[in-house]
Design a protein. Structure first.
Ligand code: IMP
Ligand code: MG
Length: 179
């Protein structure tokens, strides 16, 4: 049913599976013996984080944050609102943030700054998708699933108007859905 609204598949189910295998191998090497806190940014992280964590062969703890950002104002700075905060301390812990997509990078930059301010030992980012052309701040995620052009995509966590997060792949919506 949802398939009918999709113009083009951008990252297929098979490609997602390959990405998960590659990222989990890298992470399992890098975090061996470390027990990080994997912090998912709601709600987009859910399918990606859920599938990825099952392939990670090291001890970790899981936490979630829901953060929204507002741009503009006279300063042009980003103001970040924490809708739901982490319910655990990150002091002296390795933190691995799991994101669906990095676009401008503003939300993540604010979250990274906050977690470091709270005493995290280090904060790294694993993202399924990266849109470097959209970047407004200097931010490079340590672990990237796949780089895509500056297009609006849905599925596998990513929404349009709150919907399509449950699509099992990433795709472009048909133009008539927006209008
Ligand atoms: P930014 O990096 O601060 O600009 O914000 C990234 C957030 O914007 C992501 O976590 C998504 O929630 C949302 N976002 C960015 N690009 C897309 C897209 O193509 N589809 C759906 N959501 C997107
Ligand atoms: Mg998001």
């Amino acid at each position: 049913m949802l398939d009918r609204d999709i113009e083009k598949v951008v990252v297929s189910k098979d490609e997602i599976e390959d990405i998960l295998l590659r990222l989990s191998k890298e992470l399992t090497e890098d975090y061996a013996g470390k027990t990080p806190i994997m912090v998912g940014l709601l709600k987009g992280c859910i399918p990606f984080m859920s599938d990825l964590m099952k392939k990670l062969d090291f001890h970790l703890e899981v936490g979630y944050m829901d953060v929204s950002s507002y741009y503009g104002g006279l300063s042009g700075d980003v103001d970040v609102k924490i809708e739901t905060d982490l319910n655990m301390s990150v002091k002296d812990r390795h933190v691995l943030i799991a994101e669906d997509i990095v676009d401008s990078g503003r939300t993540l930059t604010a979250v990274i700054r906050l977690l470091k301010h709270r005493g995290a030992k280090d904060v790294k980012v694993v993202t399924l998708l990266d849109k470097p052309e959209g970047r407004k701040v200097d931010l490079k995620p340590e672990y990237i699933g796949v780089t895509i052009p500056k297009v609006f995509v849905v599925g596998y966590g990513l929404d349009y108007d709150g919907r399509y997060r449950n699509l099992p792949y990433v795709g472009l919506l048909k133009p008539e859905i927006y209008s």
